[in-house]
Design a protein around this ligand. Structure first.
Ligand code: NAG
Length: 215
């Protein structure tokens, strides 16, 4: 009986872990075949005999991102889109550049936790826990510091120094996805009705329409 309960517990734990990241591999690799029209959860595999070293390779994270935009930051992603060998491996990486006081606006990754390390500069990071607490957990990071954003939670970063910040983020999905809150809520196509946003945010319609005009 006790063994059976333990077994059930283990099944429950492994089920939860299984849902928290990309599925595990059933073979050494599955380099994405971007020419395939076969639809699977992920991308179809290239013939392993045709795979080359360059299928597992990306060059470019030494390049400084262009932060001349309203947010003052630039994400350079390396997901399965840029690196076909990541297909089915459950990981990806990104370089993020921030100009002084630049932000990476509040967003969430629907399919990944993110572990971020600061290579240069001082970076404020934060994430908000789910309802009903919506507690903000925030910290200022310095060079060499590491911080984790748990899967699905809304998070942001802000350069709080007078020098540029460079950070590297690793993510637990080949295709983490990004939902930027402002763009998704106020800039969807077609739009979410202003009457809905008026009630949701408890503001006047002209406020909603003004924010919508920014996206
Ligand atoms: C950076 O981006 C801005 C805005 O898109 C553009 O005007 C500028 O030429 C870019 N700078 C470089 C060095 O590419």
């Amino acid at each position: 009986m006790a063994a059976r309960i333990l077994l059930l517990g283990l099944v429950a734990v492994s089920f939860t872990v299984g849902l928290a990241s990309d599925p595990s591999s059933l073979q050494d690799f599955c380099v994405a075949d971007k020419t395939s029209s076969v639809l699977v959860n992920g991308l179809a595999c290239k013939d392993p005999n045709l795979v080359q070293a360059n299928d597992f390779f990306f060059s470019g994270l030494h390049i400084v991102g262009n932060t001349s935009n309203p947010f003052g930051s630039k994400v350079t992603p390396v997901t399965v889109t840029q690196l076909a060998g990541l297909n089915t491996l459950g990981i990806s990486i990104a370089r993020i550049d921030y100009q002084p006081w630049g932000i990476n606006p509040p967003h969430t990754h629907p399919r990944a936790s993110e572990i971020l390390t600061v290579l240069e500069g001082n970076l404020e990071v934060g994430f908000v826990t789910s309802n009903p607490e919506n507690r903000l957990i925030t910290k200022v990071l310095q060079k060499g510091d590491v911080f984790v954003f748990p899967i699905g939670l809304i998070h942001y970063q802000r350069n709080v120094g007078s020098t540029n910040v460079v950070a590297i983020a690793a993510l637990s999905s080949q295709n983490p996805g990004v939902i930027t809150i402002g763009n998704a809520v106020f800039g969807s196509k077609p739009e979410i009705g202003s009457d809905i946003l008026v009630k949701a945010f408890q503001v006047d319609k002209n406020v909603v329409d003004y924010i919508k005009s920014k996206f």
